[in-house]
Ligand binder design. Structure first.
Ligand code: OSB
Ligand code: MG
Length: 369
């Protein structure tokens, strides 16, 4: 593949409402859109999912841009490759910086699928024509607010609800939700808010039939999670702890989780994400696709990935309108009867609106190779 031009679009978008986790609130979302162009003028798009501050992993929008500009583009320009997976291989010499790699590799995957004239899902080997949509609800001012949001999302058709928990917003909240929605597919994400000292506290969740508890312990741990899983009936799902295929392999070997959240950005790109998926399939570990408050471009990549077979649980894949007043893709992503239909256009399958991209862009960097 020959890449002629790379454009980094740095966007500033405002979420409809602040999203609160155990770490704090996000309202303004700084976004990185990577565009790669070939000789024929075809363009592929990827999204960098790092935030402005390093609260989720160590990466930020600025470190992502730095890595792409100073290291990854120079590697790409010197590498001759026929398939995006070869590019992923040549990025291995750069340690970590997974979101930076994923953003550039994602744009190349989209371009590759467009050159082949096939949907990205097909390029990845996915067979599904629709994927199940779940919704992630941030910490709310009151339990009452949370209950009415759950009602609203149920009416919109979402197949499962994930709530965020932290000490002081956990057992009572889950108990109250169960009173109102005894049969709801419900799960809780702690974003590393607990330690092993909280074992007895977390055990109280076992009576509420949660589908899983996501990342209860430290962001870089797999040992304590293994100890915790032995004591809990509720399945543990790992998010932050899994940054590579090797992490996934070790976590499964140590029985640190029974379910895996796969995020393209966190694991360094679609190539690695697929590798983790294939391994989980072999090991009978159910997987689902996580989200990072992406624009439609990142979401379209998530939807394509979730068409792979072992994505048997609904992901954090919701409609554009959950987060945005207006998205930068056309048509926007929408959920019908709890599902999102795959577009059949080549690549990510959605049109990137130049006008909207421009409207939210605060900085552009152009590299001619
Ligand atoms: O932990 O899964 C997470 C959002 C930002 C960072 C981390 C997480 C989340 C979410 C929402 O839970 C995902 C989404 O709906 O895009
Ligand atoms: Mg999570």
């Amino acid at each position: 593949m020959k890449i002629k031009k790379i454009v980094l679009h740095i966007l500033q978008m405002r979420l409809k409402a602040p999203f609160s986790t155990s770490y704090g609130d996000i309202h303004d979302r700084e976004l990185l859109i990577v565009e790669v162009k070939d000789d024929d003028g075809a363009a592929g798009f990827g999204e960098g999912v790092a935030f402005s501050t390093p609260w989720y992993t160590e990466e930020t929008v600025k470190t992502t841009v730095h890595m792409i500009e100073d290291f990854l583009i120079p590697i790409l320009s010197k590498t001759s490759f026929h398939h995006p997976r070869e590019l992923a291989e040549s990025f291995r010499f750069i340690r970590r910086n997974y979101m930076a790699k994923a953003a550039l590799e994602g744009a190349v995957w989209d371009l590759y699928a467009k050159q082949q004239n096939i949907p990205l899902s097909q390029a990845l080997g996915g067979m599904k024509k629709e994927v199940e949509a779940g919704v992630s609800i941030g910490i709310q001012p009151t339990i009452k607010d949370l209950i009415s949001l759950i009602e609203q999302y149920q009416e919109e058709g979402y197949k499962r609800v994930k709530i965020k928990i932290k000490p002081g917003w956990d057992i009572e909240v889950v108990k109250e939700i169960r009173k109102h929605f005894p049969n709801l597919d419900l799960m809780a994400d702690a974003n590393s808010a607990y330690t092993l000292k909280d074992i007895n506290h977390l055990k109280q969740l076992d009576e509420f039939q949660l589908m899983m508890i996501e990342q209860p312990l430290a962001h870089d741990d797999i040992v304590d999670h293994s100890k915790l899983q032995k004591e809990l009936d509720t399945p543990i799902c790992l998010d932050e702890s899994i940054c590579s295929f090797e992490d996934a392999r070790k976590a499964v070997e140590l029985r640190s989780c029974k379910i895996m959240n796969i995020k393209i950005g966190r694991v360094g790109g679609l190539t690695e994400a697929k590798k983790i998926h294939d391994f989980c399939k072999e090991q009978n570990v159910p997987v689902w696709c996580g989200g990072m408050l992406e624009s439609g471009i990142g979401r379209a990549h998530n939807i394509a990935l979730a068409t792979l077979e072992q994505f048997t649980l609904p992901g954090d894949i919701s409609s554009s309108s959950k987060y945005w007043e207006e998205d930068i893709i056309e048509p926007e992503i929408s959920v019908y009867n709890g599902k999102i239909a795959l577009p059949d256009n080549p690549g990510i399958g959605f049109h990137v609106s130049r006008e909207k991209l421009k409207k939210y862009t605060v900085e552009t960097k152009v590299f001619t190779l």
